[in-house]
Design a protein around this ligand. Sequence first.
Ligand code: FPP
Length: 242
Amino acid sequence: MQREPQPIPRHVAIVMDGNGRWAKQRYMPRFFGHKQGVDALVRCVQACSDRGIEYLTVFAFSSENWKRPEEEINGLLGLVLVAVSKYLTKLADKGVRIRIVGDRSAVTDKVRSAWDEAERRTAHNTGIVLSVAFNYGGRWDVVQACRQLIEAGVGAAEVDERALSSRMALAHAPDPDLFIRTGGEVRISNFLLWQVAYSELYFTDCLWPDFDEAQLDAALAAYAGRERRFGDVKARSAHAGP
Ligand code: FPP
């Protein structure tokens, strides 16, 4: 008997947690875990694309990560340059469109131009949209959107959810259907606060560098079993958004 096709989320957002512990388990420095984390991310982009997911948004560096030791921060900033030079061509050739979301004003010129290049070279691609949240915080996002409204002279009566959403950093994407956090913590940690209002949440103990296709499929299976109601009493068909 043929089974109904499983509903696939259009947009998956991931907090890629656990790199440090993954490295520690191997008596390696934390940076080694982050490096493996980049490889896991590239594999995940492909796996999501293969499954028909249209948008993948990942938390690569939070507004709060500046509190980490300087050596780790520099390692993560340097990793951006390594990741772009190692993987940009591959991702671009596969049709991935890259968007960077977050406050670019605080990052170094080199990192800024690497991000600019990643966006420019993939701007016309039509495959999965990979949004990398870097120096991003959900509260920062709400504040910067409010500032934009004020700067544009939008009057109080015109401020509504649509007006704010259109100024948020992820205005180019629908709200995430599925929010995944690896690494065992059960919290949102100032990721997409505004956008996850109706996302299905999925937490796994798997450390990010170990997040593979089987892990992704487990998250997708959990999602497929959820009933999405968006505040209604009846479930919406086909996991459609509000
Ligand atoms: C959390 O693990 C992970 C981060 C703060 C960084 C995530 C970054 C990557 C996966 C690399 C992607 C980078 C680019 C350039 C796209 P943690 O350090 O908090 O791990 P722990 O909880 O085990 O200490």
